[in-house]
Design a protein around this ligand. Structure first.
Ligand code: HEC
Length: 414
């Protein structure tokens, strides 16, 4: 689906180019790109959600005036695939929420910068804000929770906090969509909503995550997450000081489904290994975890979850017939971006399939995000501890459900 949108977008942005370009030229003008024709549409579609005033990106990238001084660092960031933040390796998916640039888009930006970042003729395309802040994407939610305001100091290390949420729901609730509205997007780096373990206050199962630029998540049609009556939730905040004092009052909105509307529970299967013990200084500690599916499933999404020393994570499936299938590779994991990779089309896997998660960690001084390379690190809830947790979203499959063919090996392209 995303591919189609992108094709349409490229087609639209190239109409004007076609009028000027020699006959036969299609798509982006990779040879002589200009800001107006080629670069602005790419930035508007992939960067400005974060790079605008009051968003987490350090500079605004809407207009030529704003972008021009950054041309070379933009070229470097896209060429290295540091930006936009999207850690999935190419060749998996396709993904509903893919924000990565394709090779032509990268080539257009780097060539444009190398050519002196020309503006081009005509009016600049104007960035259109997709939705006004403060409004809810799917209409008024059925339940809104506002966290108490939290002061974030202007300077200092990143702050983490967990807040327990008592819902007071008197019956089980089926949740079909969740939206997180960050109070201050300049300081809230990411937020994860968990279900608390029953009768306890530790994070047990994943419900939703928000990172800068993320869109609200509506669960696949006919599916919903179950929150049992009396079950608490935990809001897990990561704040990044931005040089000035800030107060964050984040809200979450839930939309409920009637039980009879829910065909399937959206289950998040955590595939984790709590036995990790990463030696101080080790640049490549490897460990894995796996779980066997007890029923036929349609896989919808993957969320690799590690902390600062997390380096790579690979998801694969070993089917009962002995065949294997690569599902997702993340060879440059970055703790800053808690991305859920949502498949455009679910992958069907039969009961008995083993889903395997292989991870590696860098606990050396060569890892710039390592808070302390001199200590051994074990599993733990603090972000300075580590986790090896590969989360897999699925719904139970009926015999007539299709999906991407399970025996295909084409997904990884390698
Ligand atoms: C999801 C939010 C997000 C998106 C989307 C995003 N950025 Fe960024 N960008 C950031 C943040 C946050 C930083 C600050 C560094 C960091 O935390 O990684 C950053 C840093 C940068 C920098 C380095 C700035 C410096 O100080 O040197 C450049 C250049 C950049 N982004 C360009 C882009 C471009 C070009 C795109 C689109 C192709 C893009 N970004 C998309 C969030 C985003």
């Amino acid at each position: 689906m995303h591919q189609t949108t992108r094709l349409i977008r490229l087609a639209a942005s190239s109409v004007a180019v076609l009028l000027l370009a020699p006959p036969g030229a299609v798509g982006l003008n990779v040879a002589q790109p200009t800001f107006v024709e080629d670069v602005a549409p790419i930035l508007h579609a992939n960067c400005v959600s974060c790079h605008q005033p009051d968003e987490i990106g350090p500079m605004s990238l809407r207009t030529y005036r704003e972008v021009r001084p950054w041309a070379r660092s933009i070229a470097r960031a896209v060429e290295n695939r540091d930006m936009p933040p999207w850690d999935a390796d190419p060749g998996y998916g396709p993904w509903l929420n893919d924000i990565s640039l394709n090779d032509d888009e990268i080539a257009a930006i780097t060539r444009w910068a190398a050519n002196g970042a020309p503006r081009g003729e005509g009016d600049e395309p104007v960035y259109e804000q997709p939705e006004a802040a403060g409004e809810w994407t799917f209409g008024e939610p059925d339940w809104v929770f506002e966290f108490d305001p939290w002061e974030v100091a202007p300077e200092g290390p990143d702050e983490f906090r967990d807040v327990l949420i008592t819902t007071g729901f008197e019956e089980d609730r089926w949740i079909r969509a969740i939206e997180v509205q960050p109070g201050d997007r300049k300081v809230l780096h990411h937020f994860i909503l968990w279900r608390a373990a029953e009768g306890a206050s530790y994070q047990e199962s994943w419900m939703a995550a928000w990172t800068a630029g993320a869109k609200p998540y509506r669960f696949p049609a006919g599916s919903a997450r179950l929150l049992q009556k009396g079950r608490k939730m935990i809001g897990d905040f990561h704040y990044h000081p931005r040089g000035e004092a800030a107060t964050d009052t984040t809200r979450i909105g839930l939309w409920f489904a009637e039980p009879e509307e829910v065909a399937k529970e959206l289950v998040t299967l955590p595939i984790w290994n709590a036995g990790i013990n990463i030696p101080a200084g080790d640049p490549n500690y490897e460990a894995e975890a796996s779980r066997v599916l007890e029923e036929d499933v349609l896989l919808h999404a993957f969320t690799p979850h590690m902390h600062y020393r997390g380096k790579t994570m690979f998801f694969s499936a070993e089917l009962p017939d002995g065949s294997t299938r690569d599902l997702l590779g993340v060879s440059r994991y970055d703790f800053n971006w808690q991305t859920t990779y949502q498949l455009s089309e679910p992958i069907r896997l039969p009961a008995g399939t083993r889903v395997r998660v292989k991870a590696s960690f860098d606990n050396s001084a060569g890892n710039p995000s390592n808070p302390d390379p001199t200590v051994d690190v074990k599993w733990g809830l603090e972000s300075t501890d580590e986790m090896l947790n590969g989360l897999v979203d699925y719904v139970a499959a009926d015999s007539d459900d299709s999906g991407q063919a399970a025996d295909s090996t084409g997904a990884s392209g390698r």
